[in-house]
Structure formats: structure tokens, C-alpha cells
Design a protein around this ligand. Structure first.
Ligand code: ADP
Ligand code: MG
Length: 559
């Protein structure tokens, strides 16, 4: 038997990286700006802890298009690299200088916001460029270096005469990737991925109108001046402490996140945890509309202020994907499949933390201003009811604040409802019978009849309500939910049995018989009613079980 070693050489891996490392070619820019950001944050950290006395100043990262030269430049004023460092960090594929830095400054740098991780990001440049140059000058070295590579394993490195500290990456863009020489395309990418990165990013210049002085004549022309076009907000709201933010700051951040969204959010939830995992973010409850499932403004996922995706499936419990906002966590493994994510312990913890925070916030909104909560109920109930149906933990918590409105706009919690009904709305076996309507217009005669008998009627009109009611019947003892137009209303103990109908027994029997001739008996029940109210003299009801079966089929699956 012979044994051997599989030879993995860079020559073999290189083309694979180019082809398969990232499915999306456009992320090369995110990777290069992440590296430029890291280089700047490293310098900041070293000056902060006094390891160097170079001046940090107000560094920016600049992105420049050279259309004629077919080149794209990314320039930073970070720590730069010596020739030796280029050899070490760049030429060794899958060696991460970011990880090395974090390891070296373990104690002090854990909150430095450094992004890099796998030591592969830089090579994504070769997805769109056939030739890449690095011109770099270390903060510790007077001699700059110039590295050139044409996408093979060969490279050259020589001295350069760059004067300023920092690194310039030059991509010679492939012919088939010339979209990345278009200003609009680059602007779009910068806004998509780098809108909230921590170091200012400059892309060209723009004209800014100066405010007119107070005493300016009416026909005075406003002056403009040319300023840097900074595409990002380096300090987005979620990176700040909740105590430093006011309601208006949360609202204006919402508009920053969703510039095309004109409706104000109902309320926000600021997430902030650093143990046992790191996670910050702000979630917003939007006003729910009927067509929420075609919603395109979704929760955005970031890692250290770098946009990753707006597909948070598996990370946020499904019922909360209807919310908006951002989540930023370096602890979410992203280079794995979604099904793996759902099984990952850390991700499960994150998901249940978010569920808990949302429940706590709803509880405190309910406690602090019940009136306001009642007013918002119709806009938030879909999320809450869906959450109660799908997450048992949330179901438990929501018992305290979930509301059950009546057709007359009274809002009860479940406990309050129970208290209200216990003397007047039970059946022979002592079960509480909760009457509800699902459509006030269609069922108004049934509602009136029930009210005339002194019963409370809830108005529960969400599409998933029948699933939720079934779950509640299963969880709670001695309770049944009965729709006002169902035959089970009859099971209620009647207090007004003695009320006399204006019709004689004979007349009633005849009327009943006449109706039964024209409507199918197996589908409906005809019931005579007392006549001393404004309600109808007779009710046609539907067996509860048949109606539920039909509803379940319509909304798909059981609860
Ligand atoms: P990672 O960022 O995961 O560490 P990359 O492949 O993106 O891996 O980059 C490799 C390394 O090259 C970085 O860790 C860093 O040490 C170095 N590097 C890349 N770009 C720059 C830059 N603009 N300035 C200084 N160093 C850089
Ligand atoms: Mg990187």
C-alpha cells in the first residue's frame, strides 16, 4: 500500500478563487473598502493605545474611476505595508492580517471594529481585473513598495516613490466587467455595501449650495461650492447608545435606511448585547399593509457596519421578517448554507434573543401607554398573532399584551376578557364561550342578535386567526371560540329563555319549515329568535366545524 499527500498548490486554487469564491462579482469593491477601512482602523487603534506617535488626523478612503485608463483606484491613509508585509500578507493566500492583528492586540482591539477574517477578500479583485497593482507606504517605513500581479502566481515587487502613508490599490478592469468603470454603477455599489462603514468614503465631488446670509436681497443667487462627495454615514444610529438617541433620531435613521419609505414607523426596538454574542441593531415596526409579502424594504444584515445581505431568513424568526431595520453582528457565520444556519447554536441564541427583546418592548409599550398601544393594535396584530402561532416562547409572553377587540372598539387582554365573560357566556359544561365576528358588515345581523342577548362579540379579522384560536383552545382549558354565525352559539346558556317571541309556536314552526325547504339542511341550521329586539326573527347558522375546515384549507395547513 502506498500513501501520499495531496498537493494543494496556489496554482490550482487561484482559478477556483476567481471563479467560485464569491458568487457575486460586485462584492470585490466591498472587500477592498473593508481592507482600506481595516488599515485605517488599525492605525487608529495603534495611535489610541500609544504604540505610535504618527498623526492619525481625519483619514478618508477615496474611490476613483479612470475611464480612459480603464482603471479603478481605492486609496486609503491607513497603516500601509512594508515590502516584507506585502510578501507576507498579500502573497500568502488565505493568511489574514486582520486576524493576526486581532490576535496580537487581543485585549485592547476586540471592539476596534476590524472586519477582515479569512485572508481571501483581497483576491476577489481578480474577479473583475486582469491586473492588480498595490502601491503602499507603511507608517513605519520611508520606502514605499509597488506590487504588480496579472492574476497568475507570478508577481513583481519593487520600490516606489509614494510620499503619503497608506495604500493605493489599482484594478485594471476586464473588458467584460467594464460596468465597474461606470460612475452610476460604482455609486450604487458604494451605497449598497458601504453606506454605514466607519471611515468616510469619498467618491468624486459635488456642488453644495451655501445658505444665503440673512440680509441678502431677494434676487440674490445662492452661492455653490465644490465639496467632497462622501457617500457614507460613519456613525449610524445603531452604533450609538440608546440613551444618546431621541425618538426623532430613530425616525431620521429610518429614512436614511429606506429613503423611498414615506410612512413613519410605529415604534423601534434598539438591540444591544455583547454577551454571549455580539449584536447591535434597530428594528422598526412598520405600519402593516395588506400586501406586506411583496415588501422590498427588508431587515438588513451587517457585520461591523459592512452590508452583507437583506435575506435574514434563518437568523430572525420568520414572524419578525415583516419588520424593518438593521442587525449588525460579527458572530453570524455567513459563508454557510441557510439550513446549516438554522441548526447553528449561536444563531439560535440570536434568534431567541431577538424574539425576547421584541416581546419585552411590546410589553412595555402596552404597560406604559395602553391607549396608544390599542390604537396601534390593528397595524401590529398580524406580526403578533403570527408570532403567537409560530413561537411558543413568544406565545407565552404575548398573553400579557395581546388584545382582543370587541365589535364596539373595547380592547381586552385575555385575562380581562375571561373576567368579563365568566358569568354570562358559558355553556352547560362550564366552558367559556367566546363569540367573535370576522367581518362586521357581513355578520352584522348575527352580531346584533348576540348583543341583544347581552353577549360580548369580538372582532377578529386577521387571515390567520382561525389557526390561532385553535391553538388557544388547545392550550387553555375550558374555552371555545365560536363565530357569531355558527350553530354553536346555541350552546350558550340562555338567560333570556323566557323572552316571548311575537310569533306563535305554530307560526314559528311554519317559518322555520319554509326556510328549510330552500336552504340545504346539511350546510346550515335555521334557528328562531326572540322578537323583542331589533334583531332578526330567525337566524341561519353554519356548523362551526365545517366553516373552520374550509378556512383552514384556504389559509393552508394547520396551526
Ligand atoms: P483579510 O482582510 O481577511 O485579513 P484580505 O485578503 O482581504 O484578508 O487581505 C489580506 C491582508 O492584506 C490583510 O489582512 C492586510 O494585512 C493586508 N492588506 C490588504 N489591503 C490592505 C490595505 N489597504 N492596507 C494595508 N494592508 C492591507
Ligand atoms: Mg479583507
Amino acid at each position: 500500500m502506498a500513501t501520499g499527500k495531496i498537493n494543494v498548490s496556489v496554482e490550482n486554487i487561484f482559478p477556483l478563487i476567481k471563479k467560485f469564491l464569491y458568487s457575486d462579482h460586485e462584492i470585490f469593491l466591498r472587500e477592498l473598502i473593508s481592507n482600506a477601512t481595516d488599515a485605517t482602523l488599525k492605525l487608529k487603534h495603534l495611535t489610541d493605545i500609544g504604540e505610535t506617535d504618527v498623526k492619525y488626523g481625519n483619514p478618508v478612503i477615496e474611490v476613483k474611476i479612470d475611464k480612459e485608463g480603464k482603471k479603478l483606484h481605492v486609496i486609503d491613509q491607513g497603516i500601509g505595508m512594508t515590502k516584507e508585509e506585502v510578501e507576507k500578507y498579500i502573497n500568502e493566500v488565505a493568511f489574514s492580517g486582520a486576524e493576526e492583528f486581532l490576535e496580537k492586540y487581543k485585549d485592547s482591539a476586540k471592539d476596534s471594529g476590524i472586519i477582515g477574517h479569512f485572508g481571501l477578500g483581497f483576491y476577489s479583485a481578480f474577479m473583475v481585473a486582469n491586473k492588480v497593482e498595490i502601491i503602499t507606504k507603511s507608517y513605519q517605513d520611508d520606502q514605499a513598495a509597488h506590487w504588480v500581479c496579472e492574476g497568475t502566481t507570478d508577481f513583481t515587487i519593487e520600490d516606489a516613490d509614494k510620499k503619503e502613508r497608506g495604500t493605493e490599490i489599482i484594478l485594471h478592469i476586464n473588458e467584460e466587467d467594464e460596468e465597474f468603470l461606470e460612475e452610476n454603477r460604482i455609486q450604487e455599489l458604494l451605497v449598497k455595501y458601504n453606506k454605514f462603514m466607519p471611515i468616510p468614503i469619498k467618491f468624486g465631488t459635488k456642488e453644495e449650495t451655501l445658505p444665503l446670509p440673512e440680509d441678502a436681497p431677494e434676487d440674490a443667487e445662492a452661492e455653490t461650492k465644490t465639496v467632497d462627495n462622501i457617500i457614507n454615514n460613519p456613525e449610524p444610529a445603531w452604533t450609538k447608545q440608546p440613551t444618546d438617541l431621541e425618538d426623532k433620531d430613530y425616525k431620521s435613521f429610518y429614512r436614511e435606511l429606506y429613503p423611498m419609505q414615506f410612512e413613519e414607523p410605529l415604534f423601534h426596538i434598539h438591540l444591544n448585547v455583547d454577551y454571549p454574542f455580539n449584536l447591535t441593531g434597530i428594528l422598526y415596526f412598520p405600519k402593516m399593509t395588506q400586501d406586506m409579502n411583496i415588501q422590498k424594504d427588508k431587515i438588513q444584515l451587517y457585520q461591523n457596519q459592512v452590508f452583507v445581505t437583506d435575506n435574514v431568513e434563518g437568523i430572525v424568526p420568520e414572524f419578525l421578517t415583516m419588520l424593518r431595520g438593521v442587525i449588525d453582528s460579527p458572530d453570524i457565520p455567513l459563508n454557510v448554507s441557510r439550513s446549516y444556519l438554522q441548526a447553528d447554536g449561536a444563531v439560535k441564541k440570536i434568534s431567541s434573543y431577538i424574539t425576547r427583546k421584541v416581546a419585552d418592548k411590546l410589553k412595555s409599550l402596552f404597560n406604559n401607554n395602553r391607549e396608544d398601544f390599542e390604537q396601534k393594535w390593528n397595524d401590529i396584530k398580524i406580526v403578533i398573532e403570527y408570532g403567537m402561532l409560530s413561537e411558543d416562547k413568544f406565545y407565552e409572553k404575548a398573553q400579557k399584551f395581546a388584545l382582543y377587540p370587541t365589535v364596539d372598539n373595547e380592547y381586552y387582554t385575555f385575562d380581562e376578557l375571561q373576567e368579563k365573560l365568566k358569568d354570562n357566556q358559558t355553556d352547560k359544561d362550564g366552558n367559556l364561550v367566546v363569540l367573535y365576528a370576522s367581518n362586521q358588515d357581513e355578520q352584522h345581523s348575527y352580531i346584533d342578535a348576540a348583543k341583544a342577548k347581552g353577549y360580548k362579540v369580538l372582532l377578529l379579522d386577521s387571515p390567520i386567526i382561525s389557526h390561532l384560536l385553535q391553538k388557544m383552545e388547545g392550550e387553555k382549558e375550558k374555552i371555545s371560540f365560536v363565530r357569531v354565525d355558527s350553530d354553536q352559539v346555541d350552546n350558550l346558556i340562555k338567560k333570556d329563555e323566557e323572552k316571548i317571541s311575537k310569533l306563535s309556536e305554530e307560526e314559528k314552526e311554519k317559518l322555520k319549515g319554509d326556510f328549510e325547504k330552500v336552504i340545504p339542511k346539511e350546510k346550515y341550521t335555521v334557528q328562531m329568535e326572540a322578537m323583542d329586539s331589533d334583531a332578526a326573527p330567525l337566524l341561519i347558522t353554519q356548523p362551526e366545524f365545517m366553516r373552520r375546515m374550509k378556512e383552514m384549507q384556504q389559509t393552508g395547513g394547520g396551526g
